[in-house]
Design a binder for this molecule. Structure first.
Ligand code: FES
Length: 133
């Protein structure tokens, strides 16, 4: 899950914030078990909060039919899509029923109560997810 500032021995807040990290706002603004939408460098992402300190960031578009995963809920260590209930494991973004199906996971840290994101991958994100399945 997300390493907090306290998880980094000897780390100061400034040590964890680099030029590729984007501040997505306060962790406390996201209810536990819920997710919210954000944009990072023009890319839609979903910030899902599993517990008091565990947060994950995925691409927002569901790989099934493109629903916004930010409208989903966290259940049993998975993010559940709001449209057809496909599940994506918080640990790796894979669908437990078919691990070929994956939603891209991005790097996430919580520093001084703020959720920070660094994008993985450099493409422009999913185009038409229906074309892949
Ligand atoms: S759009 Fe996400 S499960 Fe169908």
């Amino acid at each position: 899950m997300v390493p907090s500032n306290e998880d980094q021995p000897g780390a100061e807040s400034g040590d964890l914030i680099g030029p590729d990290w984007h501040d997505l706002g306060l962790l406390s603004d996201i209810q536990i078990g819920h997710a919210t939408y954000a944009e990072v460098a023009g890319r839609g992402v979903c910030v899902a909060r599993a517990s008091e300190s565990d947060v994950v960031i995925f691409d927002d578009a569901c790989p099934h039919a493109g629903a916004s995963l930010a409208g989903g809920r966290v259940y049993d260590q998975c993010l559940v899509c709001p449209w057809h209930a496909w599940e994506f494991r918080l640990s790796d973004g894979k669908c437990p029923d078919n691990e070929v199906i994956t939603v891209r996971k991005h790097e996430c840290r919580v520093v001084d109560g703020h959720v920070l994101c660094r994008l993985n991958g450099t493409d422009s994100g999913p185009t038409d997810p229906r074309a892949r399945f």
